[in-house]
Design a protein around this ligand. Structure first.
Ligand SMILES: [Cu+2]
Length: 111
């Protein structure tokens, strides 16, 4: 495995290809809803990040803030919901259809 990756790394370094996204451009953030769980259940993002939730299950789910500040309504299979977290804070959410499903988005300014 290492032997297969090394030539690519060497080539990438030679042509100055970026190996990761620039720091000022956060990668898109995706939370899966799978097997009646939010995966990952907790994510940490910087303010202004758009987080997308996608339902991988056959069952409908919702992404609903505990304080109702956002609500996806019912998501069918493969349906997505995106919410932009503008301000720092801890945002807890659950699924209205299955209230035992919980997740948390922690919004924190970069250190
Ligand atoms: Cu659900």
């Amino acid at each position: 495995m290492k032997l297969r990756i090394l030539p690519f790394l060497a080539a990438a370094l030679l042509v100055g290809m970026p190996l990761s996204a620039p720091a000022d451009m956060p990668a898109p953030t995706l939370v899966h809803i799978k097997n009646f769980m939010f995966v990952p259940a907790t994510i940490t993002v910087t303010p202004g990040t758009a987080v997308t939730f996608v339902n991988d299950d056959e069952e409908p789910h919702t992404v609903t803030a505990n304080d109702k500040s956002f609500d996806s309504e019912g998501l069918d299979t493969n349906q997505k919901f995106t919410h932009t977290f503008a301000k720092a804070g801890t945002y807890m959410f659950f699924c209205e259809v299955h209230p035992y499903m919980h997740g948390t988005v922690i919004v924190k300014a970069p250190q």
